[in-house]
Design a protein around this ligand. Structure first.
Ligand code: FES
Length: 222
C-alpha cells in the first residue's frame, strides 16, 4: 500500500516539475518492454494521474492508495485482461485539413470534422489482440507488411495511452520518444488509446520502410 508520492518515489512537497521528472523515470522502468510489468506500469500511471488531478490524501477518506485498494489500479489480473477503447485517426487526412500530428487539439478537431468512418472513429481491442488485429477484427484495413516488428509499415503515433511491443527490430529510440509504435505486435496496456494510424508516410518514418517485394519479383529474382 503506497501513496502516489511513494509510487513515484517523490517527496510529498515535490513541485510539478519534480513530479513530471519522477514520472518519466518511473514509467520507463515500469514499462513491460523494459523489464517492468503491466500492473506496475498501470500503478505508476494511476499515481501520476492522481497527482496531476490534485491528489489530496485527506479527501481519500482514509482509503489507502495502493495496488489492491484502488479500483482504478485494483485487481491486476482483471485489468490485464480488460478490453481497450481505441480512438483512431488516419494520418492521410491531416494534410487535407491543414492539421499537425502534434497538435494537442487534433482529436477534438477530427471529432468536429465529420470524417468518414475509415478515417476517424472508435473500436475496442479485446484481450490477447494486438492493436492491428483489433482493427482488422472490427473490419478496418490498416497498413502492414511483415507483421513481425521489422518493417514499420504498421507504425502508429500514440496520442494517448500506451502499447507494449514484445518485438521491435526497427524503431530507434528517437522515434519511440516521439510516441511512434508498431501496431502489428503492439498490445494495448491502457484502458484507452488515441492513435494516428497510417503514419508510415511521415518524413521521420519513410527511410525505415522496408517495402514488401512485389509478388512476381519474389519468384523471379533467384
Ligand atoms: S508490419 Fe512490419 S513491423 Fe509491423
Amino acid at each position: 500500500m503506497a501513496s502516489p508520492y511513494e509510487v513515484l518515489l517523490v517527496d510529498p512537497d515535490a513541485d510539478e516539475e519534480a513530479i513530471e521528472r519522477a514520472y518519466r523515470e518511473r514509467v520507463k522502468q515500469a514499462h513491460p518492454d523494459q523489464g517492468g510489468s503491466v500492473e506496475e506500469f498501470r500503478r505508476v500511471r494511476t499515481a501520476y494521474e492522481k497527482l496531476k488531478a490534485g491528489y489530496d490524501a485527506e479527501s481519500e477518506n482514509g482509503e489507502r492508495f495502493g495496488h489492491a485498494a484502488d479500483p482504478e489500479d485494483g485487481d491486476a489480473a482483471r485489468r490485464e485482461y480488460a478490453t481497450t477503447e481505441v480512438t483512431y485517426l488516419n494520418y492521410d487526412v491531416l494534410a487535407d485539413h491543414g492539421w499537425d500530428a502534434d497538435d494537442p487539439d487534433l482529436f477534438e478537431k477530427a471529432a468536429r470534422a465529420d470524417l468518414a468512418e475509415a478515417d476517424f472513429g472508435q473500436f475496442r481491442v479485446d484481450p490477447g489482440e494486438s492493436l492491428l488485429e483489433g482493427a482488422e477484427n472490427r473490419g478496418h484495413v490498416w497498413p502492414f507488411a511483415c507483421r513481425g516488428g521489422a518493417c514499420a509499415n504498421c507504425a502508429i503515433k500514440l496520442v494517448e495511452g500506451e502499447l507494449s511491443m514484445p518485438v521491435n527490430h526497427i524503431l530507434p529510440v528517437e522515434l519511440m520518444e516521439q510516441d511512434i509504435r508498431l501496431s502489428c505486435n503492439g498490445m494495448p496496456i491502457t484502458d484507452e488509446l488515441k492513435v494516428v494510424y497510417n503514419v508510415k508516410h511521415m518524413p521521420i518514418l519513410e527511410e525505415l520502410l522496408l517495402p514488401p517485394r512485389p509478388f512476381e519479383q519474389a519468384y523471379t529474382d533467384d
